[in-house]
Design a binder for this molecule. Structure first.
Ligand SMILES: Nc1ncnc2c1ncn2[C@@H]1O[C@H](COP(=O)(O)OP(=O)(O)OP(=O)(O)O)[C@@H](O)[C@H]1O
Length: 312
């Protein structure tokens, strides 16, 4: 649709129906930024509980953080989440679920922006340029839609300092140059801290304690200090941590054999095929597990499950 005929069509339709407002109808055809629309907490909860396996901490914190933030009419700063964990444990997956619950088109929405360090900020010598571009990009997009979502993937591969360019936007300012960033959401994804999380999970396992007994307080403090002091975290000595601008450090636990099986089943279901337990077991057994002796955690999480399934 081009805008003028879309406008005429909508105008005519709303005159005919006399029921839906112009805005309602317009937003059925074109994507609208609806800042005031509260988040459907039960839909998000259901989504997380059904789709995300083995991540009781991430499920709990993400649900709490997003609903609390979106139901607050007057947040004092944007929401910043830092997701940490081993490869293939669901960080990108959860960001996608969060994005879809915030803006129906999810990652395809014009209000959700994904940055991948190695793709968008590859060269160390261009840090100043990236900082400048990032500031302009964020300012432009938040001016257009206050509830914009920005996802930064591969934070551990980001050159130190790049992210500090957006520090002012994440702080408690009411406005900067006429733009308020308080309704925006920033999500950082990184493998940094994965080793610390695994160590804690292993300690619990070796002590015969349940994985679900691991609490946020067992991990969050270790994580924030570990990430701050890790040169390859993208947040190394970053002002974001220093100034307490990260609202939640969210740990993703390493996935076990049973979770890998759940991922295989989910993928089969998504493909519309019947669940064949023999295939589920075969795919799960092809994955490699660590530590060497106990072999508890999948070293690629649920990554590669989809491509392996193609061979069965
Ligand atoms: N905890 C999980 N529950 C359900 N599915 C999962 C989970 N973790 C991973 N998956 C599946 O595996 C795929 C790859 O995971 P994802 O890209 O989210 O990993 P990641 O943690 O972002 O890894 P990386 O750090 O390597 O980017 C997902 O698209 C999803 O299908």
């Amino acid at each position: 649709f081009e805008p003028i005929s879309l406008g005429i069509a909508i105008g005519a339709a709303s005159a005919l129906t006399g029921y839906l407002s112009y805005t309602d109808l317009y937003c059925r055809f074109a994507e609208c930024c609806r800042e005031e629309q509260p988040l459907n907490a039960s839909a998000l909860k259901l989504n997380l509980e059904e789709k995300l396996f083995g991540q009781h901490l991430a499920t709990e914190v993400i649900l709490k953080a997003l609903t609390g933030f979106r139901n607050n009419k007057n947040p004092k700063k944007p929401l910043t989440l830092s997701l940490h964990g081993w490869a293939g444990t669901g960080k990108n997956f959860v960001s996608q679920i969060a994005a879809e619950n915030l803006h129906p088109k999810g990652l395809k929405s014009g209000f959700v922006h994904l940055f991948v360090s190695t793709l968008h900020f590859p060269h160390e010598q261009h840090i100043k340029l990236y900082q400048d571009q990032l500031q302009r990009w964020i300012r432009g997009n938040v001016s257009a839609c206050a509830s914009s979502v920005f996802i930064f993937d591969e934070m551990d591969k980001l050159h130190p300092g790049v992210i500090d360019a957006i520090k002012p936007f994440l702080d408690y300012y009411e406005q900067i140059d006429g733009v308020s960033y308080r309704k925006a959401i920033f999500i950082f994804l990184s493998n940094a801290g994965g080793d610390l999380i695994t160590k804690t999970a292993l300690d619990f396992w070796r002590a015969g304690r349940k994985r679900e007994d691991i609490q946020l307080k067992d991990l969050e403090p270790v994580l924030s200090v570990g990430v701050f002091n890790n040169k390859h975290s993208g947040l190394w000595h970053s002002g974001l941590i220093d100034r307490n601008l990260i609202d939640y450090f969210i740990p993703f636990l390493p996935l076990e054999y049973s979770h890998v099986k759940m991922c295989v089943r989910a993928e089969m279901k998504a493909r519309g095929s019947a669940i064949d337990e023999d295939v589920v077991t075969r795919v799960a057994e092809e994955m490699t597990f660590f530590p060497k002796d106990e072999k508890i955690y999948s070293d690629k999480g649920c990554k590669t499950v989809q491509s392996r399934l193609d061979f069965h």
